[in-house]
Design a protein around this ligand. Structure first.
Ligand code: UD1
Length: 337
């Protein structure tokens, strides 16, 4: 069975391609290499013994998307990762984010609409909840006005998919709202590859531990939390990748309860920034050089998932804890030195 994975050379995309191939799917990756490297194909091939089909183009190009679907008439499902994801950059370049994240999505859905049957998995984010009123956050929590254009693209994308499914009886979709994905494949052959200065906590920690960065800045320790730093739900990337395979199968087998479903993907456990640092220090045996600085604009105080719906309805559960995820991230970092 042939599956299209857009953004399949990115961090979460590449781990999902591995899990799909391990389960016997044939994968076609589309990636414009804007934030990924061709070497990732070697990593995937090394792990699975199989090289996915690869097409390099930009999904904003409607004509190319159409040609792609004319060439691959036997695509049975689509997992759509391709999107820009830096919150700060989206504030400076809103049009880039709206164009890249929304036009690509619309182009794909327009092609799927022409087909007899379509199964579509969307890469969404807990960012749609903003600062939720209650912890842990369930899927029924209110979607709050987005703090950034990036967050808004996720909200609007979900609405576009939901509205399209309503009028296309053959199209079924699942939006997966990720909490904070971290870690690397246990083989050490694929992992997170931030270009330039990492924006996210764990790659910044591992790069600081490896001596590539002088110091980690911790953004604020005066939040109303146990140690004053923000709380997040850090989920191991291979667990997250597995959830995509489970969600896809749910659609392919017609086990979905409605044409558009939403699931949180997290561990259900919140960790503070200082706890993540302590985990890194335990795992690596190194002291991390960090200082507390001012809060970062747009950070929510805490976000961790109610995972009941994913556990009971999707039949998926995160299996690895934060120490394991940090261990794989550190192994990946030290391998790259
Ligand atoms: C955010 C978005 C998420 C998005 C991700 C992509 C929200 C709620 N979440 O995650 O949807 O997919 O960005 O980039 O909008 N921190 C430091 N020092 C650093 C980096 C981070 O202290 O150098 C802290 C942050 O203040 C935060 C935690 O570490 O408390 C995690 O930050 P980060 O990894 O950037 O992820 P989020 O902001 O949670």
């Amino acid at each position: 069975m042939k599956i299209l994975v857009t953004g399949g050379l990115g961090f979460i995309g590449s781990h999902t391609v591995v899990e799909l191939q391990n389960d016997g799917y044939e994968v076609v990756v589309v990636d414009n290499l804007s934030n990924a490297s061709l070497d990732v194909l070697d990593g995937i091939e090394n792990i699975t013994g199989m090289r996915p089909f690869f097409e390099e183009f930009d999904l904003r190009d409607k004509a190319k998307v159409r040609l792609f679907f004319q060439k691959y008439t036997d695509i049975e499902g689509v997992i759509h990762f391709a999107a820009s994801k830096a919150v700060g950059e989206s504030v400076d370049e809103p049009l880039l984010y709206y164009e890249n994240n929304l036009v690509s999505l619309i182009n794909i859905l327009q092609e799927l609409k022409k087909r007899r049957k379509g199964s579509f998995i969307f890469s969404s984010s807990c960012t749609v909840y903003g600062q939720a009123d209650e912890m842990p956050i369930s899927e029924d929590a209110q979607v709050k006005p987005a703090e950034s254009p990036y967050g808004n693209t996720k909200q609007v994308s979900e609405e576009i998919i939901r509205d399209t499914c309503k009028v296309c009886p053959m199209l079924n979709a699942i939006a997966l709202r990720y909490f904070n994905p971290i870690g690397a494949h246990p083989s050490g052959k694929i992992g997170e590859l931030p270009i330039g200065m990492p924006q996210n906590l764990v790659p910044f920690i591992t790069q600081t531990g490896a001596g590539l960065r002088a110091q980690l800045s911790v953004f604020g320790n005066d939040y109303p939390t146990k140690d004053g730093t923000c709380i997040r739900d850090y989920i191991y990337v291979v667990d997250l990748a597995r959830a995509h395979v489970v969600a896809l199968l749910r659609l392919l087998e017609g086990k979905n309860d409605s044409d558009y479903e939403v699931f949180n993907l997290g561990t259900g456990k919140g960790s503070s920034v200082l706890e993540v640092i302590q985990s890194f220090e335990r795992i690596s045996g190194k002291k991390l050089n960090y200082e507390i600085i001012d809060r970062r604009a747009g950070d929510v105080v805490q976000a961790y998932a109610n995972t009941t719906r994913a556990n009971e309805i999707l039949g998926w559960k995160a299996e690895h804890d934060i120490d394991y995820a940090i261990k794989t991230a550190w192994e990946w970092q030290t391998r790259m030195l």
